[in-house]
Design a protein around this ligand. Structure first.
Ligand code: ATP
Length: 737
């Protein structure tokens, strides 16, 4: 890689665009004091990304912009563009020519452009580090800065050497890895916190899910039990209903027939009881009979009297109120004998009373005959007796007829009563049978009622089961039983009742598990588990990347240490050689020392946990320097004179450049303090260096100028702006002074 040119526009005293090309391996910039030469060295720093304003002799970005003069107005921006020949691809960009440009604006804003495209400072720094142009600017030695490397602290010195050794790229890588490590540690903390946050919820969900699973298995068991229960219940009910139907058929039919029969019998009986007129006829006939008997008795009495009168007329002398004793005794004996005879029936009684009446009437008539028979003749009596006897015969005939009519009527009434009794008997039998049937039927109805209730409860159970274990329970009919349906229907109902109890117990258990919206819980559990697993993977990834980053850091550290160690060794060799050359003897060397690490901020600690800190991690490497001058017993750089310091630092700078040559080296009046002899040695050394690095030397030194291939003269006109002109050596010598 070669530096082709630099172009300054509005940068510091370079008000106008000023290009400088570097075709020679040594370019000298000469000019009077204050003409702007150092501004050129600073323009390199600027373009390469220098962040320290101090090292560019400014306070703010604005100080880098042409500030104007009476003739030329101030600029709004300053820019410096470096152009490199990149045919060897030292810069890892696939371009033969690479331009790096930086612009600063009055507001302090900066732009970085790589081949005209805006990039980040970091991109520039990394690109340059890869080509051994580090940020420490060890390849730009500003005016008066030659001994910076001597005055620097061990740590700063180490950084400069690392930079010079081209270890910056590794350092960048390590820093990057450390940043990433820090970031992944932060991420891990974050992820771990998230996981910790999730843990109790996940634990809760896990226990919920366990409960759900238990409930699920309870539900499964409940479902199986329901299936069996419902199937058995259905089989039982079908059989029981069919059996009951069969049992009801016959009694129902009979009951219906009995109903009809009872209605019929009742009607019939009703008709029979309607025959009361026959009884009334009987009463009437008996009344007539009684009237006729009465009349007959009257007639008999009259006839007795008439017959007595007639006999008195014919056999007795009328004798008032007297009868013979014999006759009276005869009468008494007759009455007595009549009365002493037993009475058999009513007829006999009547007849005998009749006879007694006649006897008594005849006796009385004979006693009273004389006076009573005065008016009537026997003839009259006889005719009266005849008519009465005729009437008596009529009456007897009528009586006889009535008696037979009554007997017939009584017979008829009796037979009718018999017929009614039969019907009544049948009616009672039918009613008895019917009530027997009714009690049978009511038993059957009670059974039917029970079956109905069982059927309703089956329906209820089914609905409940569907709600608890799912709709598929409706297919319980296809659930297989161990035995045939007929056998199942015969089973003792107590066993089915036991099943129902088991189901109830399971339902209670299920209810106690109290999981309503289990699908929500399951979904949340799945999501949470997935999230936790995701975080777990994330953590594992982070851990893996942490491990690999630590390995990388370790490796880089090792590489750095090795290279640094090797580099120091090489530098020491060169340093000692240059030193001897400069001082004509003596010795110089660098030593790696360990010194306490500058404390890092707590936030920078990769892991806040108590990580055991070994001795190494508390200290860091630094570089110390020892010199011993020839013929002098002095040791230690603080004892050196100004010129000696300059020589020492030049020797070190050159040694460093020799070991790992930078593409270019800018030396701003580095040799200012050297005497003529040393200036010559210096000239020799830059020629040696220029074989491996392009040199841009800002100088007032004739010797140095004489080694340059190209000489640029810088002057400052009356307008306050620096101007560039190519000059010949002799002119340069003149200009420089
Ligand atoms: P010497 O040989 O004495 O070291 P030099 O040639 O290196 O001098 P410089 O230090 O590069 O000179 O230039 C300093 C000049 O640049 C000063 O005159 C200063 O006024 C001028 N200068 C610095 N910054 C600006 C700026 N922002 N605008 C205009 N002029 C500036």
């Amino acid at each position: 890689m070669r530096l082709k040119s630099v172009e300054l526009s509005g940068f510091k005293s370079f008000a106008k665009k000023t290009p400088l090309s570097f075709e020679s391996s040594i370019t000298a910039v000469v000019g009077p004091n204050g003409s702007g030469k150092s501004n050129i060295a600073e323009s390199f720093r600027f373009a390469l990304g220098e962040q320290s304003m101090k090292s560019m002799r400014g306070k703010r970005g604005e100080d880098l912009i042409w500030n104007g003069s009476a003739q030329v107005p101030r600029g709004g921006r300053a820019s410096v563009k470096l152009v490199f020949d990149n045919r060897d691809r030292s810069l890892s960009l696939d371009f033969d020519e690479v331009s790096i440009e930086r612009v600063v604006h009055r507001d302090g804003g900066n732009d970085y452009l790589l081949n005209g495209s805006s990039v980040r400072l970091r991109d520039i720094a990394e690109l340059l580090a890869g080509a051994n142009i580090g940020a420490s600017g060890h390849h730009i030695i500003s005016q008066g800065e030659a001994d910076r490397i001597l005055s620097a602290g061990v740590r700063e010195r180490r950084e400069m050497i690392e930079d010079a050794l081209g270890l910056t790229a590794f350092l960048y890588k390590r820093e990057e890895a450390e940043r990433k490590l820090q970031k992944s540690a932060d991420n891990m903390k974050e992820v771990e916190a998230l996981r910790r946050e999730l843990a109790p919820h996940l634990k809760f969900l896990n226990s919920q899910v366990k409960k759900i699973e238990e409930a699920q298995s309870l539900r499964e068991e409940l479902k199986d039990r329901y299936l069996e229960y419902l199937k058995r219940e259905s089989v039982y009910l079908k059989f029981a209903e069919a059996t009951l139907g069969g049992e009801q058929e016959a009694p129902e039919g009979e009951h219906k027939e009995l109903d009809a029969r009872i209605v019929h019998l009742r009607e019939e009986l009703g008709r029979k009881r309607g025959g009361d007129h026959e009884t009334q006829e009987l009463i009437r006939l008996e009344q007539e009979g009684r009237t006729a008997a009465h009349r007959r008795q009257e007639i008999m009495r009259e006839l007795g009297r008439i017959e007595g009168s007639i006999a008195a007329h014919e056999a007795y002398v009328p004798q008032e109120g007297t009868i013979p004793v014999a006759e009276a005794r005869q009468f008494g004996e007759k009455v007595l004998s009549e009365l002493e005879l037993p009475f058999n029936d009513t007829n006999n009684f009547q007849q005998r009373v009749q006879a007694l009446i006649i006897l008594t009437a005849d006796f009385l008539r004979r006693i009273t005959q004389g006076s009573e028979r005065k008016g009537e003749s026997v003839t009259e009596l006889a005719s009266k007796k005849d008519s009465l006897e005729a009437e008596l015969r009529g009456l007897e005939a009528a009586e006889l007829q009535a008696v037979s009519a009554i007997a017939a009527l009584r017979l008829a009434i009796e037979s009718e009563k018999d017929a009614s009794r039969d019907a009544e008997r049948e009616l009672f039998a039918a009613m008895a049978r019917r009530s027997e049937l009714e009690s049978r039927l009511s038993q059957l109805r009670a059974r039917a009622e029970l079956l109905n209730r069982d059927r309703e409860s089956l329906v209820r159970n089914l609905a409940e089961a569907a709600a608890l274990v799912g709709r598929e329970i409706a297919d319980y009919e296809s659930h297989p039983l161990e035995e045939t349906n007929a056998e199942a229907a015969e089973e003792d109902r107590a066993r089915q009742a036991e099943r129902a109890r088991r189901i109830e117990r399971l339902k209670i258990k299920l209810e106690e598990s109290g999981l309503g919206s289990s699908s929500d819980v399951l979904r949340e559990h799945q999501e949470t588990t997935e999230r936790d697993a995701f975080l777990g993977r994330e953590l594992a990834d982070l851990e893996a990347s942490r491990v690999s980053l630590m390995h990388l850091i370790e490796e880089l550290t090792k590489t750095l240490e090795v290279r640094f160690g090797e580099g120091i060794e090489k530098i020491n060799k060169e340093f000692d050689a240059f030193f001897k050359l400069m001082f004509g003897g003596g010795a110089a060397s660098l030593q790696i020392v360990r010194e306490k690490k500058a404390r890092r901020g707590a936030s920078e600690e990769p892991f806040g946990e108590e990580e055991p800190q070994d001795g190494d991690s508390e200290t860091e490497q630094g570089i110390d320097l020892t010199v011993s001058l020839p013929h002098k017993r002095l040791k230690g750089i603080h004892m050196l004179s100004g010129g000696e310091r300059a020589l020492t630092s030049i020797a070190l700078i050159f040694a460093m450049s020799q070991v790992n040559p930078p593409p270019f080296l800018i030396l701003d009046e580095t040799e200012a303090a050297l005497d003529e002899a040393n200036s010559r040695r210096y000239g020799d050394m830059i020629e040696t260096l220029s074989k491996r690095s392009q040199l841009i030397v800002i100088t007032h030194n004739r010797e140095t100028m004489s080694r340059a291939g190209i000489l640029y003269g810088i002057t400052m006109g009356s307008d306050g702006a620096s101007k560039l002109l190519s000059v010949k050596f002799e002119e340069a010598v003149a200009v420089a002074k």
